[in-house]
Design a protein around this ligand. Structure first.
Ligand code: NAP
Ligand code: HSE
Length: 434
């Protein structure tokens, strides 16, 4: 019993890495009791890791390498899953919920792939499954979508929700650094996932937008219905070309119902320099939500890193400590949401072609686009390599349908005068501020 008479709740940590260490420190320092007097005190009782020989900010007596010391332990009321990855995280979360323990997790992959079944399991067992830290690090986003914004029909979510790629693109833009050099720094700073593929190929952002879209549109969002493209192939040349044309390249995650259906997509995009999203730099994340009642909302903050993420995990723990008996019933899902295919997406396109530097080449390129009714907004010959007899041509189209643009790219690739279609990037559409 605490001084206030409330029974202490036993916390079991699964994982004491970047985030787990910051959460352990917050728990051991009594931050929740100090900040929320009168709630149940939270007591770290066991912390599970793989390697017991590593240095940890946790007393050795609390450490274990056996997950059952948390999952089968009657002294543990709340399991905090911070191992990451699909397995054994999913099985551990399910075991904890089935054993009547509340679960707090930062695991977007497990939630995006198995959220439906885990949320149902929590409900069946009368316990809570909270996952604020799974999207946007320290930014409160799951909470607002799960409760404060419930009266709204959400029209769109447009976000920068991967700190690692935003950090990499920002450094490439500001310093002209190469992708590989900046990735190594992002890993050293603890932003990147252990396997950088998850970040740089867009999987991390895809998991996060799947979680947000499910909540916002009340639709089960299957991962294979999400269009996904990462930033590995972004060339510094495209970053500087885009800058000259008034754009910044960002990895966007977008879920929008434009009236024809819901389209969820993750890809690098040219963002006009004059919109605020172009200036969200480094490890910062931002989430722009458009609700029918609330209008546009802008939530920005640190999307990765130990302390920011611990802030979200601790917020969930305190929510349970304040009212362990209450349960957040998830918003019901609507099966009727129509889906839109990426082929039907309409936007402007930026493309860079490496072509033979000879007369008539531009006419051939324009012919291919014209036959597909794709109108050209501007053409710039950026560079020519007289030694190789080739030149870089950058084309900006007027809005075109994805399916037509992809077909045109296939035809351009087949032209003898086109050495290579070096890049194809979408321009994100923002309402005219005037
Ligand atoms: P991390 O540094 O790699 O830490 C993972 C921890 O889990 C380590 O302590 C590891 O033990 C332990 N672990 C892994 N597999 C285990 C197993 N099978 N059994 C027991 N322990 C196991 O990861 P992190 O960056 O803290 O990320 C944790 C979670 O937070 C992930 O879901 C991640 O996506 C999410 N997240 C991270 C950030 C961030 O900025 N890092 C931000 C938001 C959300 P050892 O130490 O012994 O290897
Ligand atoms: N690797 C993730 C990112 C951590 O870079 O955003 C936060 O989930």
């Amino acid at each position: 019993m605490s001084e206030s008479g409330s029974r202490a709740l036993g916390v079991g940590l699964l994982g004491v890495g970047v985030v787990g260490s910051a959460v352990a420190e917050a728990l051991l320092s009594g931050r929740s009791q100090a900040n929320v007097p009168g709630s149940h005190p939270l007591e770290l009782r066991v912390a599970v890791v793989r390697d017991l020989t590593k240095e940890r900010p946790v007393p050795a007596g609390l450490l274990s390498d056996d997950a059952s010391s948390v999952l089968s332990n009657p002294a543990i009321d709340i399991v905090v899953e911070l191992m990451g990855g699909e397995e054994p995280a999913r099985t551990s979360i399910a075991a904890a919920l089935s054993a009547g323990k509340h679960v707090v997790t930062a695991n977007k992959e497990a939630l995006a792939k198995h959220g439906g079944e885990l949320i149902a399991l929590a409900e069946q067992n009368g316990v809570r499954l909270l996952y604020e830290a799974s999207v946007g690090g320290g930014i409160p986003i799951i909470g607002p979508l799960s409760s404060d914004l419930l009266a709204n029909e959400v029209k769109s979510i447009r976000a920068i929700i991967n700190g690692t790629t935003n950090y990499i693109l920002t450094r490439m833009s500001n310093e002209g650094d190469t992708f590989d050099d900046v990735l190594a720094d992002a890993q050293a700073l603890g932003y990147a996932e252990a396997d950088p593929t998850a970040d740089v190929d867009g999987y991390d952002a895809m998991y996060k937008i799947a979680i947000l879209a499910r909540l916002a549109f009340r639709a089960p969002v299957e991962l294979d219905s999400i269009y996904r493209e990462g930033i590995r192939s972004i060339d510094p040349v495209d970053i500087s070309n885009a800058a000259r044309m008034g754009f910044t390249i960002k990895l966007l995650a977008v879920a929008r119902d434009d009236g024809r259906g819901l389209l969820v997509r993750v890809h690098p995009a040219l963002v006009p320099n004059e919109v605020p999203m172009a200036k969200v730099d480094g490890v910062l994340n931002v989430c722009e939500i458009e609700g029918d009642l609330v209008g546009p909302l802008w939530l920005q903050g640190r999307g990765a890193g130990a302390e920011a993420t611990a802030s979200a995990v601790m917020g969930d723990l305190i929510r349970i400590a304040r009212a362990p008996g209450s349960q957040t019933r998830p918003r019901g899902l609507s099966a009727t949401t129509e889906r839109l295919a990426m082929d039907d997406h309409v936007c402007q396109y930026y493309t860079r072609l490496v072509v033979q530097d000879q007369p008539g080449v531009l006419a051939g390129v324009a012919g291919v686009l014209g036959n597909r009714r794709i109108s050209i907004d501007s053409v710039i010959q950026m560079d020519s390599d007289s030694g190789r007899g080739v030149a870089d041509i950058v084309l900006m189209t007027h809005p075109a349908r994805e399916q037509e643009m992809q077909a045109a790219i296939t035809e351009l690739t087949a032209l003898e005068s086109v050495v290579e279609v070096a890049s194809l990037l979408r321009v994100e559409d923002y309402p005219d501020p005037s």
